[in-house]
Design a protein around this ligand. Structure first.
Ligand code: SF4
Length: 409
């Protein structure tokens, strides 16, 4: 088995096996053995044939799992009772992750502790976030703002118009960005297709979202680096697009700059490819290396080169995510450098500025409001579409870079 090793800032070696380079997912196969969620219609049909049932049971199962969002085999009443019992007797389960705990923010954001079925809380929980009005991260993609006075109340008909679900791809993360709480966990394990898509399905269900009627954005920006769990990430995207019916143009994946992952991503067909965001966070390699050790392996120029290979749809832009750390990355000279970097890339791009969210044990400062505004003004003055992402759910540790399981055990 191929093994890569990446030194983190503390000199430890983080082992990245071949699943991390996107060529397989050993953990996923162990975890997902008898779970239906995560299989597409074709695989479900194949499973049915294997157990002596007609292939057309496959589409029936897909309808139940992905469109009707049924969470228990026994509740799939389109299947005969005998077949349901047969599946259960053989050890099959739907395998939908369960929302084990909900933290509600004063701003309407909800942070969920999501638990994989059949497992304890320790290594099997991730965090998923629901932002009823988004966080402005999708600004510049043609969507319209909503009335900020609208609020979602339990049991009420929906009042949001442009919700965003932030999805995790790994338990913990190996990338070790110095400003990120998730990094403190290290990488615990990869999530499976079903566990990634299942987070979305569980949240769609909780909010009674009707796919096709309600507009929902997905951002793969939760715990983990999606491109270090590439097969499961893209497997989940395919399920969400082809089976659940969500549009890839309403999905954005953010990477810290995993070049082999970006190169694979560039080959994905437009029908299933989400939009791409690069987590830039620094104006040059020197500062970026100090904040994101991954930059030693793939510096900014290499990342931008790889991004150039992605064939964008008409009007699509690459997003550069930029976390502003007070006094570290938010000064006037940094803004000038970022503007130059973005212009020189030649990419149709926009910049999302994120004022850093504080977390325990991380010694950075929030940027001053006026520095954020000046930074935005400098980039905008250079003709670069620039948006300040609203801090959502800061009070419940749901804001960007704050996700870390805080209630396990
Ligand atoms: S910012 Fe993203 S890539 Fe970096 S450590 Fe946190 S979760 Fe991982």
């Amino acid at each position: 088995m191929l093994t890569q090793a990446m030194a983190n800032d503390f000199g430890q070696l983080v082992q990245l096996d071949d699943s991390d380079s996107g060529e397989g997912n050993r953990d996923s196969k162990i975890v997902s053995e008898k779970r239906l969620l995560g299989m597409d219609t074709v695989s479900l049909a194949a499973r049915m044939l294997e157990i002596g049932e007609p292939a057309w049971r496959g589409p029936q199962l897909a309808e139940a799992l992905y469109r009707q969002r049924i969470a228990e085999i026994n509740d799939i009443t389109t299947l005969p009772k005998l077949l349901r019992q047969k599946l259960i007797d053989q050890g099959w389960e739907v395998g939908r992750p369960r929302i084990a705990q909900v933290f509600q923010s004063v701003d309407g954001t909800e942070r969920y502790l999501v638990q994989s079925p059949g497992n304890g809380l320790d290594l099997q929980t991730v965090e998923t976030v629901w932002m009823p009005e988004g966080d402005e991260g999708e600004s510049g993609d043609g969507t319209e703002p909503v009335d900020p006075d609208q609020e979602l109340k339990a049991g009420e008909k929906k009042k949001w118009d442009r919700a965003t679900i932030c999805v995790s791809s790994q338990v913990g993360c190996a990338v070790n960005c110095q400003f990120c709480l998730t990094a403190k966990l290290g990488l615990q394990r990869n999530l499976t297709h079903g566990e990634i898509a299942g987070q979305v399905i569980a949240v769609l269900d909780r909010h009674g979202i009707e796919v096709g009627r309600d507009r929902v954005n997905l951002v793969f920006m939760g715990m983990g680096e999606p491109f270090l769990n590439y097969d499961s990430f893209m497997g989940a995207v395919r399920i969400l697009v082809e089976e659940v019916g969500l549009s890839p143009q309403r999905m954005t994946v953010s990477t810290s700059g995993i070049v082999p992952g970006i190169e694979r991503f560039a080959l994905e067909p437009a029908e299933v490819r989400p939009k791409l965001a690069i987590s830039l966070n620094a104006p040059n390699d020197k500062i970026r290396e100090a904040l994101m050790p991954i930059n030693r392996k793939w510096p900014i120029a290499a990342v931008i080169d790889a991004v150039r290979g992605v064939k964008l749809r008409s009007r699509e832009r690459i997003t550069f995510e930029y976390v502003l750390l007070g006094g570290v990355t938010d000064q006037a000279e940094h803004a000038v450098e970022v503007a130059r970097l973005v212009r020189r890339s030649g990419l149709p791009a926009k910049v999302n500025l994120i004022a850093w969210n504080p977390g325990p044990g991380i010694a950075y400062s929030m940027p001053l409001h006026e520095d954020v505004e000046k930074f935005r003004g400098t980039l905008a003055g250079e003709g670069i579409p620039t948006y300040v992402r609203r801090a959502r759910g800061r009070d419940i540790y749901a804001a960007c870079g704050q996700l870390k399981r805080t209630v396990e055990g």
